[in-house]
Unconditional design. Sequence first.
Length: 111
Amino acid sequence: MDKPILYIAGKVSGLPDLNKPKFEAATRELRARGFYVKNPHEVCHGRKPDDWIGCMRECIKVLMDCDVVILLDDYKDSIGATLEFTIASALQIRCVLYEAFINELNSKIEK
């Protein structure tokens, strides 16, 4: 079975550098483990930072082709990330906290 396509959801707006370092670190870790990862910063690359609606529309389109939503620990503080979580949950796309997903992967390696 192919590895699932992952989408990262977390707080962007109102944070320094739009929280890119946290998204990039998670993306790097997951790609290093062989996953295909959709990062909202990459999806919205080239858009104006204040184009929240346009970016959310793009991200939701991308989310529809993903198998798992990886939730960063700050996702509950974000209107956009909670919207992504709500849509994914309603459409039975698995949602899991980043740390729990990494722990899951590590436990499979240990077995």
